[in-house]
Design a protein around this ligand. Sequence first.
Ligand code: ZN
Length: 396
Amino acid sequence: MASALALTNARLLDGTGAPPRDGAAVLVADGRIAGFGGDPLPPDVAVLDLEGRTLMPGLIDAHVHLSSLGLPHVPPELKAYGLAFVARRMLEAGITTLRDLGSHGRSLFDLRRAIALELCSGPRLVLCGQIVAATSPGGRAFPGMYREADGADEMRKAVREQIRQGADFVKVMSTGALTVDDEDIGPAQMTRDELVAVVDEAHRMGFSVASHAEGLDGIRLSVEAGVDTLEHGEMSFQAPDVLAAMAERGIILVPTVCVFDSVVESDAFPRWMQERARLLGESARKTVEAARRAGVAMAMGADAGPHGENARELVLMAEAGLSPLEAIVAATSTAARACGIDSEAGTIEIGKLADLLVLEGDPLEDLGLFLDPNRVWLVLREGKPVAGTRLRDTID
Ligand SMILES: [Zn+2]
């Protein structure tokens, strides 16, 4: 394929929240968006007529745990193959970037290297390494996933360790987690001094902070400490003042509505935990609605999966009150901001990376189209075709 590619006759959804434009053309060169229809085409450009299909930025999931594979039993010694498999599945679903919120050991750093070496294919990975947490039941429940620390100095050290191993941002547990037996999401799991130390150390070094915050005490503490993204945040609807502060400071909410439904629907969890998830899922929906009214930016996060069905989260966010266009913004430009890559991805603008998705049909009419693999016509990562039925058809 020529190094320049013109995608013509597209229904363009640029990810900024602007309404779609029909008959658009986008020029891709050297892996980036180089121009729009109307500009003269350079010589040697390959032309791909999209015949009215939707052209949009590749989807970005801002809260994933890739290492919870969601596959039938994968023995530990084959885990790396499982990770490569689900990374590929994400790409086939049109996801060109994902932010992983906690994995075991160095497995995802290795996966990122393997993708860079083209040993396998997958989305761009934005990684936190281990989750910084106080000594807590979660550390016992997810061995190898947490970096437990106590006191402000140890928190700083825990943050520095993540930076040392190549993390792109810092994930911190400000409350317990719904899925951990002995944890209560009510109290903040860290002291103010500890959380402030995490945020200060990360920000001083140029890293953002994602805070797992389910109960109100941890939500409030996280917002006051100045975290960059609030994860889950399902009780936020109870505190309009906190939502107003989030809107004012540009703190992004990643509501992960689908994780509550996943717990309710799975046989892997005890009955009482499913009941807790059902109630919290209702709160999460109220929070999406209240956050929208308060002007809080929200990003898509499908959490533990199923990987490749991430857009289920968009459908649920829309059911909870977002317009389809707002849901698409949550999975493109706002998710890019949550990942700290908004200068490079998340919208179709000149100079940005050509991470693109071509979809059969109009997702503004039906967000469920994202969940149909036969609708994903073409996925480009940095201008290179990497997935989609168009590639399959070429081979057949
Ligand atoms: Zn999570």
